[in-house]
Write a protein that binds this ligand. Structure first.
Ligand SMILES: *Cc1c(COP(=O)(O)O)cnc(C)c1O
Length: 359
């Protein structure tokens, strides 16, 4: 893919950048540049360009605003101790965006073009990738996304699609130590049905999860957990994280794919835990099994995972009229989390070949 570059003439100055990177938060500050490419049926992908970061001008009839035809990705760039910058399994994000695009009737962006777009933008904005001294876990969060940019109110796949990449520095997710998240079990709302778009990374799934998340917070919980839409019995995932259950014999269960989002952190942990000697099974996991397992002590740990938080221990689970306490331990959760971030930040050998050098 041919990418042109127009550099910003009003870069964020060094002093301000240092201030932002000292305390980046999440998703509030954006880098100096962005990448945009256009697609039409005749020309395919074209006009890929890096330009100064700034607002878009959209016709009010732009299709995505009405029918939510869009997909997105979430990934990070990590600065290692020697100053080099790396991405983690970017081809997996590219492949998932292809699958999401198929589901949303959007055009396919090839893996090579996706990775090139992401890496080129990160290289241009490399001064925005935070340093990590000691156990630091700051990174540059990368958000590629694709949307129906045709101005047309008819309902059909858009004939003009825009792909963009923006980046935002991200701080350590847990300040002052990893703390278990408390969960609310929603019995009213589901996130995905058979044949729906639960496996696609698309805004609509998030839009439909917000009211359940609101309910969770009103109940004093951090996050919501969804059950399957058909029987209301099997654990699917949180609003944006996949789940794992650790048993007292060291075996691990994670809900099978189909209606859940296939997390790249999820699949990495399946490999990592396997290599650590744990038997990992992907299967349906009933909510009864959660309740009974924690009560009897057979389930010793529960954790959730995703790019933003990496791995988060799960604490208590509440629902209308009931509660199960937090599992007894967070030992393996902490160990898996550490093993994964050590690979990402170059503090452990990348035995799986997951890391890609950007610059
Ligand atoms: C992105 C996402 C995840 C986590 O996927 P990762 O690739 O591990 O970041 C889990 N669930 C949902 C609904 C998501 O959108």
């Amino acid at each position: 893919m041919q990418i042109s570059t127009e550099l910003s003439t009003s870069l964020v100055d060094d002093a301000r950048l240092a201030e932002i990177l000292a305390n980046p938060g999440f998703g509030v500050h954006f880098t100096d540049h962005m990448l945009t490419a256009e697609w039409t049926p005749d020309a395919g992908w074209h006009d890929a360009r890096i330009t100064p970061y700034g607002p878009l001008t959209l016709d009010p009839a732009t299709a995505v605003l009405h029918y939510a035809q869009e997909t997105f990705e979430g990934m990070k760039a990590y600065r290692h101790a020697d100053g080099s910058i790396w991405s983690f399994r970017p081809e997996a994000n590219a492949a998932r965006m292809v699958r999401s695009s198929h589901r949303l009737a959007l055009p396919v962006l090839d893996t090579d073009d996706f990775v090139q777009a992401v890496h080129t933008l990160v290289e241009v904005d490399r001064r925005w990738v935070p340093d990590n001294t000691g156990e630091g876990e700051k990174s540059l969060y990368i958000r590629p996304f694709m949307f129906a940019s045709e101005a047309f109110l008819g309902v059909r796949p858009a004939q003009h699609v825009t792909f963009m990449v923006i980046c935002s520095p991200a701080g350590a997710y847990f300040k002052g130590g990893v703390k278990p998240v408390t969960l609310w079990l929603t019995e009213e709302y589901t996130r995905a049905a058979r044949g729906g778009m639960g496996a696609a990374k698309t805004g609509g799934n998030y839009a439909s999860s917000l009211v359940a998340q609101q309910e969770a917070m009103a109940e004093g919980c951090d996050q919501v957990v969804f059950l399957d839409a058909q029987e209301g019995r099997y654990v699917e995932e949180l609003g944006g994280m996949n789940m794992y259950f650790v048993f007292d014999d060291g075996s691990i269960v994670t809900p099978e794919t189909g209606t859940i989002l296939e997390g790249i952190t999820r699949s990495s942990i399946i490999e990592l835990a396997g290599k650590m000697g744990h038997q990992v099974t992907e299967r349906k996991f009933g909510i009864d099994e959660w309740r009974d397992g924690v009560t009897s002590g057979r389930i010793t740990e529960i954790f959730a995972c995703g790019t933003a938080a990496v791995v988060t221990p799960v604490g208590s689970l509440k629902w209308q009229g009931g509660e199960v306490p937090a599992p007894a331990s967070t030992e393996l959760t902490t160990k898996i989390r550490q093993a994964l971030v050590d690979v990402q930040f170059g503090r452990a050998e990348d035995t799986f070949g997951w890391m890609r050098r950007i610059c």
